[in-house]
Design a binder for this molecule. Sequence first.
Ligand SMILES: *Cc1c(COP(=O)(O)O)cnc(C)c1O
Length: 357
Amino acid sequence: MYPLLEINLSKLKQNINALQKKCSEWMLEPVAVTKGFCADYKITDLLFDAGIRLFADSNLSNLLKLINRFGNKAHYQLIRLPMKEEIETIIKNQIIPMVSQLEILNLFSEKAKQSQAQSSIILAIETGDGREGFLPEELLENIDQIASLDNLSVIGIGTSLACLSGVLPQMSTLEELSSLRNQLKLFLRNPHLFVSVGGTTFFSLWENSHHTPKVDQIRCGEAFLFGSDISRKRNLNWLQQGAFHIEAEIVEIKSKKPDSSDRGFDAFGRACQTSCEKKYPRKRALVAIGLQDIDDTQLFFEDRNVTIIGATSNYLVLDCEESQHDYRIGDLVRFQAGYGTVLRAFLSPYIQKRYIE
Ligand SMILES: *Cc1c(COP(=O)(O)O)cnc(C)c1O
C-alpha cells in the first residue's frame, strides 16, 4: 500500500554505533532525540540495544511511550518547556524537564512537595537563538531563590542553537556555558551539574578542534537519522545518509500550461509566482502524497532532471519535461526523505511503513 516510508534499520544501526564511538572519543554522552520519528519502537530499540540510556523528546506522550518500553533502565528529558498541566505527570514519571521561568520552577517545587517526590530539572539557557532559556545574568540574579526551592534539584544547564534563527554555535558559546556552570555549581552546591547542548549543529565544534571546553551531553536527532547538519547544509562524513525514503504513485501525467494571469495565494496562503522563463506546456506528474504527509522542500528525487514544482495538501507536483525517463500513470516514484518529511510521515495516518534490514 502506498504512499510509504521506507526505513533502513541497518543504516540507522551503523549511524548509532558511529555516533557512540565519536561521542566517547569526544567525552560526550549522546542524548537520543526521538521527536523526529514519534519515538517509534523499531528505532528506539536500536538506540537502546546500542547502549543509549538517555532519551529526549519535545512531546510528553513520546516520553511516556519510551518509559513504557524501557522503564527505569533509561533517563528521559522533556526538551520542550513544559505546560502547567504536564507538571504532575512529569514529576510522577521522573522525567527531567528543561525549565526557563521562575514561576514554573516554583510550581515544580510545590507539586513535588505535595506528592513527597523529588523533581530534577535542567535550566534552559538562552545563548543567542532567541528561542527559549534564562539569560545567564537573569539566572545569577535569582540564584538564591532557585537554590532554596524544596524538593527540586537542578541537575544540569542546557542550550539549543540553530533551531529558530539559524544562529550557529561558537567556541565562545561553550566557554560561556562552562563558566556559568562553574558559578552555578557553587551557588547550587551541586558539583555534578552538567552541561547539555543541542542539536546536531554543535558537533562541528568537536570535529574542528581538540580543545573544546568540557560539555557532558549532546542532544541530537538529525545526526544519527540523516547523517547531516542542516544548519550548515552539509553531510557528516562519519555518518551515512539515506536511511529514509518515500515511495508514492503517479496518479496523473499530462502536459500542463498554467494560466499566466494574476496570481493570488495558494491553498496554504503562500504567495505564488509565475515562472516566465519556462516554455509551456510542460509534462507534469501528479503524485498521490501531499503536505499532510511530507514537506516538499525536504524530498530529494533520484532523477535529477525532474524538479519538484510544489505540493498541495494531497498532491505532489513534478515537472518531468526534461527527464529521459518515460513516466507513466501508476508508476512508483522514490525520494530520499529529509527531517521535515520523516517527521510528518510518522505523524500521518496515511503513510505506511516498511522496515528493511
Ligand atoms: C530537536 C531538538 C534537538 C535535536 O536537534 P537535531 O538537530 O535533530 O539534532 C535538541 N535539543 C532540542 C531542545 C530540540 O528541540
